[in-house]
Design a binder for this molecule. Structure first.
Ligand code: BGP
Length: 478
């Protein structure tokens, strides 16, 4: 193969998540998920409420989202026109088990995803399915205390068994947990861990306990999946929080390395290599973190290694000992500003070269196939008079990242797929906004939930179509 080329069967796609795209939050027997209690106040600020849902008083962005639940046929048809080879979706756990601990699954929920997968099949679009993307059933948070409770492992495995069996001939690629490492930071407590706790109780120890249960659950799911269909490819998914040393001061270098180990590598070491790394044990000791690990867990984790590594990559920042320097943040983590980088309107520092660094860093360590399952630019798009969106800034962002993917492939990395965030406009995770748009397709809806939900193809839609048709050769703007 010549240098700088994407493989012939490279999975060009786009990404989404059920809670951010589907809506239909209480339709077809679906129970509420933890995301369904998150409101968005008029000014666009996210606010966590008590578990009671008061739709007369508050606006909940996930309840209707982009209404994919009712419009999936139209949406998939449009996406097929962009020539997608794959689409990353998640299954809303509470559509299948409304309370998480139900005896029998909800047939209407199962049928919905049958329909979605059949629709994708019609256009030869391969589904990449996230089993848990920030949407555990709310009842598991209320009645069991979320993922700190070991019982969640059994509920999750029952859910996996149900969907693996049901979709074994329709889905090949699975991701056990979205951005599993975000449980290491406080933001992930409710969304990833189903932990309905206030700030005081949101400690590292609590979150690491929850995370440990997810490691066990993920490993069991990998095994179960392979037994149900040996063709299944089951991956981990890491939010890569890349932090460069802020200077060449050796203290900064060490601090940045420790950041990379704990925030990024700890989870994938467990999921890819099958054991806790030494630095995790030290971190637990140094920080007084005591978690309960059953003897059998070590064996389970060792026997449930993933088939591929997937990641989200949006930005980078810097890490250093001088905390007085200017700060910058994404949705998960705060770091120091990098004077060499420009940022998005939301302050996320744009760094295509960082993607090449990350891919090399990961591949050198694990030597298993890598898929980039999220990457994109959140921006305020404007619909023009002739009904399109001139999102050249998004094209620029994606183009530069794809160029670096090519470099990484030339460096020898086995990159198998790319699903930019997001397929169509959807609710933003960190602010509950609709107006922080990522999609190739515009969805007419604002932060207050007003709009016709009409779909409009953006300029990036036509550009990405050309990229896919040329298998990454043609990257120039239109
Ligand atoms: C990732 C999440 C996605 C998505 C994305 C963009 O962390 O996996 O669900 O939302 O970030 O973030 P945001 O919506 O906060 O801009």
């Amino acid at each position: 193969m010549a240098v700088n080329e994407f493989s012939e069967n490279f999975l060009w796609g786009a990404a989404s998540a059920a809670n951010q795209i589907e809506g239909g939050w209480n339709k077809g027997g679906k129970g509420p998920s933890v995301l369904d209690i998150i409101t968005n106040e008029k000014d666009g600020f996210l606010r966590l409420t008590t578990p009671e849902i008061d739709i007369d008083k508050y606006y909940y962005p996930s309840h209707e989202a982009s209404d994919f639940y009712h419009r999936y046929k139209e949406d998939i048809k449009m996406l097929s026109e962009m020539k997608l080879k794959c689409l990353r979706v998640s299954i809303a756990w509470s559509r299948i088990f409304p309370n998480g601990d139900d005896e029998v699954p909800n047939e209407e929920g199962l049928k919905f995803y049958d329909n979605v997968f059949e629709e994708l099949k019609k256009y030869n679009i391969e589904p990449i399915v996230t089993i848990s993307h920030y949407e555990p059933p709310l009842a598991l948070a209320i009645n069991y205390g979320g993922w700190t409770n070991r019982k969640l492992i059994d509920f999750y495995i029952k859910y996996c068994e149900t969907i693996f069996n049901r979709y074994k001939n329709k889905v090949k690629y699975w991701i056990t947990f979205n951005e599993i490492n975000c449980l290491i930071v406080p933001f992930g407590a409710l969304t990833a861990g189903a932990l309905l706790i206030d700030e005081e109780k949101n400690t590292e120890e609590v979150r690491f306990q929850a995370l440990h249960h997810q490691f066990v659950a993920s490993a069991l799911a990998v095994n179960l999946g392979h037994n149900i269909n040996s063709e299944f490819k089951i991956g981990c998914m890491i939010a890569y929080m890349c932090g460069y040393p802020s200077t060449c001061n050796p203290k900064d270098i060490i601090k940045a390395q420790q950041h990379d180990q704990i925030k990024n590598m700890l989870c994938s070491d467990v999921q890819v290599r099958g054991e806790y790394p030494g630095f995790a044990k030290r971190y637990f000791r140094d920080n007084g973190i005591n978690i309960l690990i059953e003897e059998e867990d070590y064996e389970i984790i060792k026997n449930g290694k993933v088939d591929f590594y997937s990641l989200s990559y949006y930005m980078t920042n810097c890490i250093g000992v001088d905390e007085t320097k200017d700060k910058t943040s994404g949705n998960l983590i705060v770091g120091l500003k990098n004077p060499y980088l420009k940022a998005s309107e939301w302050g996320w520092q744009i760094d295509p070269d960082g993607l090449r660094w990350v891919l090399n860093n990961v591949y050198d360590r694990y030597k298993i196939p890598i898929m980039i399952v999220e990457n994109g630019l959140g921006a305020r798009d404007v619909v023009t008079e002739n009904k399109t969106v001139e999102d050249d800034y998004r094209i620029e962002y994606l183009r530069k990242h794809i160029e670096q993917m090519k470099e990484a492939i030339d460096d020898g990395i086995n990159l198998i797929g790319y699903t930019p965030w997001s397929a169509i406009d959807l609710v933003s995770l960190s602010g509950g906004e609709m107006e922080k748009r990522y999609g190739f397709i515009y969805v007419d809806k604002n932060n207050q939930g007003e709009g016709t939900l009409e779909r409009i193809k953006k300029k990036s839609f036509y550009w990405y179509k050309k990229v896919i048709e040329s298998n990454g050769k043609s990257l120039e703007n239109l």
